[in-house]
Each structure stands twice: as structure tokens, then as C-alpha cells.
Design a protein around this ligand. Structure first.
Ligand code: BJW
Ligand code: ZN
Length: 260
């Protein structure tokens, strides 16, 4: 493992030679857009809870209004932020590789849509989408208007989740909570993309949450080079060939530029 604070010659050569690139992204890539990462301390209504406490079916069953309002507030925050240079760099690299007959696939653990808003196509949302809703009982999908909070300050009062039009049970966000299975198709597409890649880039994830954190290990089967982009050491840094220690908003544009 080589720890670097800038893109060097070796990384440049790997990136230039790569025709099939697989990217796994996590909350860190959206941090510079102003989206809190998953393991940051919370404020307001939720300051007594960690995000991990709230992202469970048990929490939703125990206090549906609290959990529902947390997700609606996060939606409203996302509607007020923009993709950052890290998202844009991946989108541009994907476009250029495709024009040259290659492929860059993006699998994200993020429930936001910032990759798409930067112009990228996302192969897989491994943990679902915060903008999708469905019935917690019968799984019927539901469309909802945007939340009315201003997005910056958490609301003062929790609101109850709306009722399903089919069965009257509570709606829930279309995300994957702890203890729930990941969408099989998304998981398989990501596994295939990593197995077929000639370069794997892991960006902005702590590598703590399974099974997503183990997906990059599939690259080891064929000895595919692995690059991590993260200002901090992570649970999966050990298996990386290169660790670029810096924010993705700076590092990814430099990596993508070295592909030219
Ligand atoms: C920057 C940066 C910058 C900052 N630039 N970087 C024991 C062992 C193994 C597994 C388990 C176990 N006990 C339980 C499990 C299973 C569990 C799990 O993994 N738990 C661990 C916590 C131990 N996993 C599951 O339950 C999964 N399902 C499953 O296993 O199904 C099988 C099963 C079924 C039934 C019973 C039992 C098993 C489901 C996991 C679902 C995760 N869902 C969440 C919430 C989604 C909805 C929402 O957003 O609210 O997904 S949890 C949360 O973590 C979210 C994230 O996608 C995910 C990963 O977080 P991520 O992206 O890594 O963010 P952070 O905050 O952790 O890290 C940010 C990183 O960014 C840091 O490294 C920073 O340094 C970096 N950073 N600024 C670049 N500018
Ligand atoms: Zn229903």
C-alpha cells in the first residue's frame, strides 16, 4: 500500500491505461457539497441520536415520526446543495472513457442523486434512494411532493409519515436500513463491474458497512489495482494499492485529468 497526497506518475500510468474503471463511492464524496457524512455528529431534533440509531427498521417501528422527519429533512437539504468537483470529475471521466469505447461504472452507497446531477450515469444505488418512497407493509411505491423545510435547520417538530393509498400503513423511505438485504440486482451489477474492471477506485467510504465494504475485495481475485480516495485511513485501506489522502473534490479532478 502506498500513501500519497497527490497523483503521481504511477497512478497517472494506471489511469491512462485503464479501459474499464469501477468506482465505489460513499458519503465522503458528497461532503464537500455540504451533505453530512454518515458518521458525523447530528444536530437539532436528532442530536441525541447517531445516524446509525436512526437508519434501522426498529427505530422506524419505535418512532416513525422521528425517523420519517429525519429523512424528509435530509431530502430538503439535498435539494439545496449542488454536486461538487469530485462528482463532476467522475462524470467527465465516464463520458470521455465511453467516447473512447471504454466504460466507467459508478456504484454508490449514497442515497443522494448528486452523481446523476453532475451528469453521470449510476450503475447501482446499493443502499437505495432517499427520493423514493414505498409502503412499509405492502411495498407499493408512492410519489410525494418535496418537503417544505428550508433544509438548513432541522424542523422543530417531527411529522407523521403519510399513509399508503393502498393499505393505509405508513410510507417509508426507499433506502436500505441495517439488517435489510441490499437490492440484489444492484449488488450483482456492482460485483460484475468490479470483477471486470482493470482499475477500481474507492472514494469517500469508511468501509465499515457490509456487504458494500467487501465489494472492492473482488478486485483482488484478478490482481486489479485498487486506489482509495479519502483524507482518512479506513477499514479497507490495507487492501489498497494506493491511498490518495485528500478530499475527493481535489483528488478526483487530478485523477481524472491524469487519464487524458
Ligand atoms: C471524505 C471526505 C472528502 C470525508 N472526500 N472522503 C458484523 C460484521 C459484519 C456485518 C455486520 C455485522 N453486524 C451487522 C452487520 C451487517 C450490517 C453492517 O455492516 N453493520 C456494520 C455497522 C457492522 N449491514 C447490514 O445490515 C446490511 N445488510 C445486510 O447485511 O443484509 C444481510 C442481513 C440481512 C438480515 C439480517 C442480517 C444480515 C445493510 C446495510 C445498510 C446500510 N444503510 C445505510 C443507511 C442508508 C440510508 C440512509 O442514508 O439513511 O447506508 S448505513 C450508512 O452507512 C449508509 C451509508 O451508505 C453506509 C456507509 O457509510 P459511508 O458511505 O462509508 O459513510 P461514513 O460516514 O461511514 O464515511 C464517510 C467517509 O468519507 C469517511 O471515511 C471520511 O474519512 C470520508 N470523507 N470527507 C473524501 N471530502
Ligand atoms: Zn400499503
Amino acid at each position: 500500500m502506498r500513501i500519497l497526497d497527490e497523483v503521481n506518475h504511477e497512478i497517472g500510468s494506471l489511469v491512462r491505461a485503464a479501459r474499464r474503471v469501477a468506482v465505489l463511492s460513499g458519503a465522503g464524496i458528497s461532503a464537500e457539497s455540504g451533505v453530512p457524512t454518515f458518521r458525523e455528529v447530528q444536530t437539532g431534533l436528532w442530536e441525541r441520536f447517531s445516524a446509525e440509531d436512526l437508519a434501522t427498521g426498529e427505530a422506524f417501528a419505535h418512532d416513525p415520526a422521528l425517523v420519517w422527519t429525519w429523512y424528509r429533512w435530509r431530502q430538503s437539504l439535498l435539494l439545496q446543495v449542488e454536486p461538487n468537483p469530485g462528482h463532476s470529475a467522475l462524470a467527465g471521466w465516464q463520458r470521455r472513457l465511453r467516447e473512447a469505447g471504454g466504460e466507467l461504472s459508478i456504484a454508490t452507497q449514497n442515497v443522494d442523486d448528486l452523481h446523476e446531477r453532475a451528469g453521470a450515469e449510476v450503475l447501482a444505488h446499493l443502499h437505495g434512494s432517499i427520493f423514493a418512497h414505498r409502503c412499509a407493509e405492502c411495498s407499493e411505491p408512492a410519489e410525494l411532493a418535496a418537503p417544505e423545510y428550508d433544509g438548513l435547520e432541522p424542523p422543530e417538530q417531527p411529522e407523521q409519515p403519510p399513509a399508503c393509498a393502498c393499505c393505509g400503513s405508513s410510507l417509508r423511505p426507499g433506502v436500505v436500513w441495517f439488517g435489510e438485504m441490499l437490492p440484489l440486482k444492484a449488488f450483482e451489477l456492482t460485483s460484475d463491474a468490479i470483477r471486470q474492471a482493470d482499475l477500481v477506485v474507492v472514494v469517500g467510504t469508511s468501509g465499515l458497512v457490509q456487504p458494500a465494504a467487501s465489494l472492492p475485495l473482488l478486485a483482488l481475485e484478478r490482481g486489479t489495482p485498487l486506489i482509495e480516495v479519502n483524507p482518512e485511513e479506513t477499514e479497507i485501506s490495507e487492501v489498497m494499492d494506493y491511498c490518495l489522502r485528500g478530499p475527493s473534490g481535489t483528488m478526483l479532478p487530478a485523477v481524472a485529468e491524469s487519464a487524458r
